[in-house]
Write a new protein. Structure first.
Length: 233
């Protein structure tokens, strides 16, 4: 069994709406509800913990009470992504009494199309590693620019991957590796994979899905609506 930690602390400024993008409706249902449902439907997910922007805690609570009977819990998000994950882990330990060896799948609230296979593969991979992440091979040429104006490097495309979520690890491992960072690293390292990598761990890849998009800009909703329409859900 495993726990899902849904990171929902963002304000959604890039979407430009009146509310964070995780609460915007996608074909008649809030995005975050679709994301939660994807995890609750999996047989190996015992509970879902949402780390929410404190300003939207009451709003999220009302949604949970309306749509779910049990298995979904809420805690306040932190000042950044890693701090939110720490709050989720603290809730898992103190309220749900999870031990440090239990698996947690951390996932973006605005990736509602995570699949059953991705969840299953993430959990299974933890028999062989300390951390794994969903990822897809890059299909576009990727360039490096240090000044934002001029290309300085063309990395070989066959070695490039786009990281998605879930990112999966054991509850105790995250607290340990985060505690080993310097204060400056804590401010700049925003991804769990890099956090583990800085501590000497090899990050394993599991197959992501090209439909597992992150809803960031208004145009992303047009694609998301097409995906929902095709699935009929």
């Amino acid at each position: 069994m495993a726990v899902a930690g849904i990171v929902a602390g963002g304000s959604g400024q890039r979407m430009g709406g009146s509310m964070p993008k995780q609460f915007m409706e996608l074909c008649g249902k809030p995005v975050i509800i679709r994301t939660i449902e994807a995890f609750l439907q999996h047989a190996d997910i015992e509970s879902v913990i949402i780390g929410i922007n404190p300003d939207w805690y009451d709003y999220m609570s009302a949604l949970v009470q309306k749509d779910f009977r049990n298995g979904v819990y809420i805690t306040k998000g932190g000042k950044d992504r890693n701090d939110t994950i720490l709050n989720i882990i603290e809730y898992a330990r103190n309220t749900l009494h999870c031990n440090d060896n239990e698996i947690i799948l951390t996932h973006d609230a605005v990736r509602p199309f995570v699949t059953e296979k991705m969840i299953s593969d993430s959990i299974a991979e933890m028999d062989r590693c300390e951390i794994c992440t969903a990822a897809i091979a890059a299909v576009d040429t990727i360039v490096v620019s240090e000044d934002g104006e001029n290309v300085c490097e063309f990395p070989p495309r066959n070695t490039m991957y786009q990281v998605q979520t879930p990112q999966t690890f054991r509850i105790g491992s995250f607290s340990e590796v985060y505690g080993n960072l310097t204060e400056n690293e804590k401010k700049t390292v925003t991804d769990a994979c890099k956090l583990f990598s800085l501590n000497g761990y090899r990050v394993r890849l599991i197959d992501g899905d090209r439909n597992n998009i992150k809803l960031t800009y208004p145009s992303d909703f047009f694609l998301a609506e097409a995906i929902v329409g095709k699935s009929g859900s």
